[in-house]
Design a protein around this ligand. Structure first.
Ligand code: BMA
Length: 366
């Protein structure tokens, strides 16, 4: 009896601790708390659709006000908009994908005004070698940016520029616009300088902790939900090996591209782990990047993607960008008259998926 009571007490304490952690930042702004709580509920009902750089450019066009490849096909914008900040850290005016940062700020504001969700990725340069994110020539990069490291001060200037960008995300009345930030992603692979074979789990976690603490405590930024986003993985241990902690993470995520027949199975494995962990830890769960062979598999949206994701309580799935100039990959979202358009419209009409018009009604920030 006594034992049962103690167990019950422990459970209550655990539950109340978990409740407190929505979002992880105890000083999160009201709109950020609301967004997090609303998304937590929504993820059990609907799957939001997201697209990288949706408003910036698309197949055969760039910077056309109000245009979106997704809207060209289904008449509605995505619910989630991904933005990329690579090269912001250098003080450049436009990103590694040639998108101007002041324009990105404008689209984030527009998206917020109509109740959509913004998420930010960051392919930041290699601070030790001066190379790109993909420069994996040194295993000392993460170590070098941590406190005491030879590139620590340089890394802090990167964070200062990031902070300035984030602080600029305000409405006219000074309300900070909440964003989901997804730093140091796909670290279960080894193609970025922060990847698995390039640093120890401890150093990776320290990189996260320093970044989040710096933005929150030194820069007073409290309108960010942090997203931990691996690449594909096979087990819970692998997923969590470099997890920096419930106290600084709000979203459990994974990236996984369709590169062959094992896709559905791999997605299922990852979604199971991510949803289970999100449930236990009171976090959001997302598929933060994907893309498939939509030019050839014209049922990819309904049969492959939705067919696989439907049973899971994921908040959103985001497909990567439709490059407007050669990028080594094609479009990941449909565009006017693309061969997958009809199937995408079926995907759009499916009761599980959620796009901008419906999301506006949900008032996620209130
Ligand atoms: C990659 C590709 C690159 C791009 C990078 C950052 O997956 O799309 O062309 O520079 O993302 O957006």
């Amino acid at each position: 009896m006594k034992h049962t009571l103690v167990t019950a007490l422990v459970l209550v304490v655990q539950l109340s601790l978990a409740q407190k952690s929505i979002p992880a930042d105890p000083n999160a702004t009201e709109e950020t708390v609301n967004l997090c709580k609303n998304l937590m509920k929504l993820q059990h009902e609907r799957l939001m659709f997201g697209h990288q750089d949706d408003l910036a450019y698309g197949n055969g066009w760039v910077y056309e006000e109000g245009r979106s490849d997704v809207k060209d096909v289904c008449g509605d914008y995505p619910a989630v908009y991904g933005w990329e900040l690579g090269h912001l850290e250098l003080g450049d005016t436009y990103s590694l994908d040639s998108v101007h940062f002041h324009k990105i700020q404008g689209w984030i504001k527009q998206t917020y005004a109509r109740g959509g969700v913004n998420t930010i990725s960051w392919h930041l340069r290699n601070p030790l070698t001066g190379g790109s994110s993909w420069d994996t020539s040194s295993k000392k990069v993460v170590r070098s940016v941590l406190p005491g490291g030879e590139k620590h001060e340089l890394f802090v200037t990167y964070l200062d520029r990031l902070a300035e960008f984030l602080q600029g995300l305000q409405t006219e009345d000074g309300t900070y616009i909440p964003v989901l930030f997804r730093p140091f992603h796909e670290h279960t692979g080894s193609w970025f300088w922060w990847g698995k074979n390039l640093c120890t789990p401890e150093d990776y976690k320290a990189l996260w902790r320093f970044t989040v603490n710096y933005l929150q405590n030194e820069k007073n930024i409290h309108h960010v939900l942090y997203s931990y986003s691996t690449d594909r993985f096979k087990t819970t241990n692998e997923y969590l090996e470099r997890y920096p902690g419930d106290d600084i993470v709000d979203v459990l995520a994974f990236d996984l591209y369709d590169r062959g027949p094992d896709y559905a199975k791999a997605v299922k494995t990852c979604a199971e782990v991510v949803c289970e962990q999100a449930g236990q830890r009171n976090k959001l769960a997302t598929m933060s990047e994907t893309g498939g062979p939509i030019a050839t598999n014209t049922k990819w949206w309904t049969e492959t993607l939705l067919g696989t994701l439907k049973p899971f309580d994921l908040s959103y799935v985001l497909v990567w960008r439709n490059p407007w100039k050669p990028a080594g990959h094609g479009a990941f979202a449909p565009y006017k008259n693309s061969p997958d358009s009809e199937d995408f419209i079926r995907f759009y009409k499916d009761p599980k998926t959620l796009f901008q018009k419906e999301v506006t009604q949900l008032k996620l920030y209130q």
